[in-house]
Design a protein around this ligand. Structure first.
Ligand code: ZN
Length: 132
């Protein structure tokens, strides 16, 4: 079972909590227990699991990633968004998450986030759910 939804990002770099949308896709799939794959078909974005309670965690994460991979790092890529390509590869474009009771079996403080590194733009998120 596969579903797709879109997310409009509003900044060059941002984290957008998509836990609700992914859980809605899992519920729509009607699978009580199994595995959920979340995938973004993009080369300048990523999907991650991170803390969703304190927004400072996300701010710290993005600030630290920008220090690790500076935007003007002397890259050759003429489009000017090499930083975004590198961060997409570092964080990854898909996640496998357990499904239990018809929803994601996340930890208390975990949320699924779309990481935008070259926004603002519209992103697609593809959710595939397989029964156990
Ligand atoms: Zn590029």
């Amino acid at each position: 079972m596969m579903a797709e939804f879109r997310v409009s990002t509003r900044a060059r770099i941002a984290l957008i909590d998509i836990t609700g949308e992914v859980n809605a896709a899992v519920a729509h799939a009607g699978i009580r227990a199994g595995l959920c794959n979340v995938f973004v078909p993009h080369t300048t974005a990523a999907v991650i699991v991170s803390e969703n309670a304190d927004p400072d965690v996300g701010s710290d994460l993005l600030a630290h990633l920008e220090r690790l991979v500076p935007r003007d790092g002397g890259f050759r890529h003429a489009e000017g968004n090499a930083q975004a390509h590198i961060l997409s590869v570092m964080l990854g474009v898909s996640l496998n998450l357990p499904v239990s009771g018809g929803r994601l079996r996340l930890g208390r403080w975990q949320g699924v986030m779309l990481a935008e590194f070259d926004g603002p733009r519209e992103r697609s998120v593809i959710v595939s759910v397989a029964p156990e």
